[in-house]
Design a protein around this ligand. Structure first.
Ligand SMILES: [Mg+2]
Length: 370
């Protein structure tokens, strides 16, 4: 079996709500695009993935995918994923990890179709469902977070993550206190500080979160500030969850483990280079009795890929669903929906198992790169 072509179809993603998640990243604007990456084979099987997310259009990276990564896989056996993964990673100075991740996910999609099995079966299934947590956008007031958390709880969700607006450290703590009071003690709460604090502020917030029985404290400090993460880790009992950023492959986790700077590893198929990196990461974490907690994937197919991974690893606890839906779900007909008890299950169809909305993509196509 050989790879005969790789294309990237760029399609518009309009009518996006204007939302922000952290102060360092530009907000979602009204219009963006994704790229449908298709890897064709000489046996008629095509693997798919989406490249891009609402805040970072697929058209930014698709030309580099075609220019630098396509030559690495053309004519190769699509089932030789480890070999192709190495060839792709060797080009990570030229193309972003998201583009490597898209090719890797499409290769896994091919493997699933060849075997007639969903990807989590190929990896070795561990679970048939996982608890989901809703992850807020930045909202304008404490009241709006309370309202959102209560609505989610009412709808059956069991966990909620706050991305605070960062008006001030004191306000962030007040927000966490107010949401805990509103949802009660039997509801899981998480804080994602989005790399915002310096060490003294991070310590102050962390101690407040411990009082409030938050489940984890994500990215309090700058994403490469291992020195201060180590200090914070020594002082706090609440689990620290770092390493979502920067974008990198497996090897960059080593220094975090050696320094004892985080309580869990983190990543998603776009930021770390695909299913292959994350399965390796999960197994690396397992040797340290640590979890890999997956970051949302930024688009519908990446989230499906993430879901196959968590379905096939033991050491993870929850699945992130970033709000609002209109900035996260696009291009798939039967997108992921939590059940009435707040769980998600991976599709049973072969490969990624997505029903891609090819009609929509055709109608919104801007350009096909090949
Ligand atoms: Mg985060």
């Amino acid at each position: 079996m050989r790879i005969t072509n790789v294309t990237a179809t760029i399609f518009k993603w309009d009518e996006l709500p204007t939302v922000t998640y952290n102060v360092n990243v530009s907000p979602v604007s009204q219009s963006s695009d994704l790229a449908l990456v298709a890897i064709e084979t000489d046996e008629g099987i095509t693997g798919h993935a989406f490249l891009g997310w609402a805040m970072h259009a697929g058209s930014n990276e698709a030309p580099k995918l075609i220019r630098f990564l396509k030559p690495a896989v053309m004519g190769q056996d699509p089932l030789a994923r480890e070999l192709l993964y190495r060839r792709l990673m060797d080009r990570s100075r030229h193309a972003q990890f998201a583009a490597i991740g898209a090719i890797d996910c499409a290769l896994w999609d091919i493997a699933g179709q060849v075997a007639g099995l969903p990807i989590h079966n190929l990896l070795g299934t561990y679970r048939d469902k996982i608890i989901a947590y809703a992850s807020s956008e930045q909202l304008p007031s404490i009241e709006s977070y309370i309202e959102q958390a209560l609505e989610l709880k009412e709808a059956g969700w069991k966990a909620y993550k706050i991305h605070p607006p960062h008006f001030s450290v004191r306000k962030d703590i007040e927000l966490c206190q107010a949401v805990r009071k509103a949802v009660g003690d039997d509801f899981t709460l998480l804080l994602d500080a989005t790399w915002h604090y310096d060490y003294p502020s991070a310590l102050k917030v962390g101690r407040a979160l411990e009082e409030l029985d938050f489940e984890w404290y994500e990215d309090p400090l700058s994403d490469q500030d291992i020195y201060n993460y180590v200090k914070l880790h020594e002082k706090l009992d609440i689990p620290l969850v770092a390493t979502e950023f920067p974008q990198h492959g497996l090897d960059a986790y080593a220094q975090w483990l050696l320094a004892k700077a985080t309580d869990a590893l983190r990543g998603d198929v776009a930021l770390k280079g695909g299913i292959t990196t994350l399965v390796k990461t999960a197994h690396l974490a397992e040797a340290f009795s640590m979890n890999l907690e997956l970051h949302h994937g930024g688009n519908s197919l990446n989230n499906l890929a993430n879901l196959h991974i968590v379905s096939a690893i033991r050491n993870t606890s929850m699945f992130e669903v970033l709000l609002p839906e209109k900035a996260q779900k696009y291009g798939v007909i039967d997108d992921l929906t939590v059940d009435k008890d707040g769980f998600l299950s991976a599709p049973a169809r072969p490969g990624l198992g997505a029903q891609i909305d090819f009609d929509l993509i055709r109608a919104k196509t801007v350009e096909v790169l090949s």
